[in-house]
Design a protein around this ligand. Structure first.
Ligand SMILES: NC(=O)c1ccc[n+]([C@@H]2O[C@H](COP(=O)([O-])OP(=O)(O)OC[C@H]3O[C@@H](n4cnc5c(N)ncnc54)[C@H](OP(=O)(O)O)[C@@H]3O)[C@@H](O)[C@H]2O)c1
Length: 294
């Protein structure tokens, strides 16, 4: 799996296509998608055209997508997977993740709510039931690896211990204000890749890109704050996802290099702590507009 991943959580369809093409041209070879982003068709279109134009073989890219919460029932997993594959115009996936450990009411409504606006959870299925159906996808050869997303170490442990096929990847929010050190140590010990989302703190301002430690290091090493944050993520042994939306930013975010040891240590000693995305607590994504379903 290439450590530098391009994330496709882009609400606008046209921008999804141009940003994905720009990322491919800048050198990104790892693409993170999700059924819930409702833009797998656009990502598939951009990848197909980009691969053809650049003469890039399918095997040179790494594509992930994710099973949504309303498809956790084992009997829904294979058709959800096939739907994603079809929309992405691919005949296999490199990685399929359970998007969150929270099962929602099964069905085509991605955001099921009661009349008071409360999420309708599904109590009839366990995460292990869903994981077993994910293992069958690997068995049938259309999916090379499986993993989890938005999961805590406590929730990961029982899956790790009782699974036949171990999680290859765990995708969680991680950056200098939420380093997830304990989870990272567990992942390293077990050979699991920790795939960090929000490495730039979702670009929020004020936020990580303006953290004085980061801006001072950027000035010192002649890189941008974004490049410093991405380099730190790779240097500590995680893979990462970033979502630049212009060609210039795609080139900037791909052009990273190792930080000097003192800079790396300085970032590790930042003590600010902030979680930006509450999805890990509820299964409700923080950065996807409520409402319409596919
Ligand atoms: N599993 C989950 O629940 C989950 C949740 C969230 C995200 N994700 C995945 O992670 C991916 C990454 O998303 P993210 O929001 O976490 O990405 P991010 O790269 O941390 O943040 C993206 C934001 O940073 C800005 N940005 C990008 N490059 C920049 C640069 N060089 N300088 C300054 N600002 C820059 C962007 O601004 P512009 O918009 O102006 O370009 C955008 O606002 C998503 O696309 C998705 O695939 C997964």
């Amino acid at each position: 799996m290439p450590a530098l991943g391009f994330g496709t959580l882009i609400p606008d369809a046209a921008l999804t296509i141009t940003a994905t093409r720009d990322a491919l041209e800048a050198g990104f070879r790892h693409f993170d998608c999700a059924e819930r982003y409702r833009n797998e068709r656009e990502v598939g279109e951009a990848l197909q055209a980009g691969l053809a134009d650049g003469g890039i073989p399918r095997e040179d890219i790494f594509v992930t997508t994710k099973l949504w919460n309303s498809n956790h029932r084992p009997e829904r997993v294979e058709s959800a997977f096939e739907g994603s594959l079809r929309r992405l115009k691919l005949n296999y996936l490199d990685l399929y993740l359970i998007h969150t450990p929270f099962a929602f009411q099964p069905g085509d409504e991605q955001d099921p709510r009661d009349q008071n606006g409360n999420v309708l959870y599904d109590q009839e299925v366990t995460l292990l039931d869903t994981w077993s159906a994910m293992e069958s996808l690997v068995d049938n050869g259309k999916c090379r690896a499986i993993g989890l997303s938005d999961i805590s170490l406590n929730a990961l442990l029982p899956i790790y211990e009782s699974s036949r096929i171990k999680p290859a990847v765990v995708q969680v929010e991680s950056h200098p204000h939420l380093p997830e050190t304990e989870l990272l140590e567990f992942c390293k010990e077990k050979g699991i890749v920790l795939l960090a989302f929000a490495p730039l703190g979702h670009g929020m301002k004020p936020g990580l890109l303006e953290d004085p430690v980061i801006t001072a290091i950027a000035a010192r090493v002649g890189k941008t704050p974004a490049q410093v944050l991405l380099a730190w993520a790779v240097q500590r042994g995680t893979a990462l996802l970033t979502t630049p939306k212009s060609a210039a930013r795609a080139r900037e975010n791909f052009d990273i290099s190792a930080l000097p040891k003192d800079a790396f240590d300085e970032i590790n000693s930042i003590r600010t702590r902030q979680r930006l995305n509450e999805v890990v607590k509820t299964g409700v994504p923080g950065f996807i507009p409520r409402g319409s379903s596919t």
